[in-house]
Design a protein around this ligand. Structure first.
Ligand code: G3P
Ligand code: CA
Length: 264
């Protein structure tokens, strides 16, 4: 059997803006994506789901309630699932004012619009397929949209310009089969006994920060994978994780993280 070479220690830590720069702008909107890029995040993380009419949209929850005014606009449509609304209906919703009145009028973006936005910046993309088990065929749909855009399909697997991740590890295994040149990551923390199997299809393990002990980070590296814990907003915790030799950190505050990386 071939054993994967340990990953090289990372020269610098990847700065990943969680749901965009979501501490400051409404999560998963174009404003948050743009701000993450302006704060020089290496990657902007977004959550991708699918509408009733099979359009890919960028939103975290599987319902529209928390981050839009859907309950006011469509009171009879409980439980307000993303999958029960057309894109045209979703585009009537305000996805910004829940965060701050100055973002009133922000909309739930399509995946394509986020790609358009990122293509105007130096930042790459950490795409989370959120609850893909609710959306049969979404892996093929995401792969198809990416393949139409050559700049996201660079052949260099170490480019780290595009990473696809999910809590659904079967989805990641399947996506890896569809587009083997694209880096992928499992969300969560496989046991050390599971790491060898995960490493047969995944390039990254992205756990809650509480799992990223020095020993666990070393075990992930021994299996040739990178580790980018989430969601880290406290500077002291950022410093601890950098000392633990993580490869990247997912944060709502990419500006704060940038300073900690610079000073490490
Ligand atoms: O990128 C990691 C993180 O986004 C996973 O958790 O709930 O924020 O999607 P969640
Ligand atoms: Ca996410």
């Amino acid at each position: 059997a071939v054993t994967a070479a340990p990953a090289e220690p990372t020269a610098t830590v990847t700065n990943i803006a969680h749901r965009g720069a979501s501490a400051y702008a409404p999560e998963n909107t174009l404003d948050a994506v743009r701000l993450g890029a302006e704060m020089q995040a290496d990657l902007v993380e977004i959550d991708v789901q699918r509408t009733k009419d099979e359009k890919l949209v960028v939103i975290h929850d599987t319902t529209l309630s928390r981050t839009t005014d859907v309950e006011q606009k469509f009171p009879a449509r409980a439980p307000w699932r993303v999958s029960d609304f057309t894109l045209e209906e979703i585009r009537t919703l305000d996805a910004g004012s829940w965060k701050d009145p100055r973002y009133t009028g922000a909309v739930v973006p399509t995946f394509s619009e986020v790609l358009d936005e990122l293509e105007r910046t130096a930042s790459g993309l950490l795409l989370e397929a959120k609850a893909p088990e609710l959306y049969p065929g979404i892996a093929e749909r995401i792969a198809g949209e990416l393949q139409q855009r050559p700049q996201w399909m660079q052949p260099d697997p170490m480019a780290q310009h595009l990473v696809v991740q999910s809590f659904n590890w079967d989805f990641i295994r399947h996506f890896h089969g569809l587009l083997p040149s694209v880096q992928v990551g499992v969300l969560g923390a496989p046991t050390t006994d599971q790491l060898a199997e995960v490493a047969t299809y995944s390039n990254q393990v992205n756990p809650h920060h509480s799992a990223a002990t020095p020993e666990y980070v070393a075990a992930v590296h021994e299996h040739g994978m990178r580790i980018n814990p989430y969601t880290v907003n406290d500077p002291a915790l950022m410093r601890t994780l950098i000392a633990n030799r993580v490869d990247g950190i997912i944060s709502d505050r990419p500006d704060v993280l940038r300073e900690e990386i610079r000073n490490a």
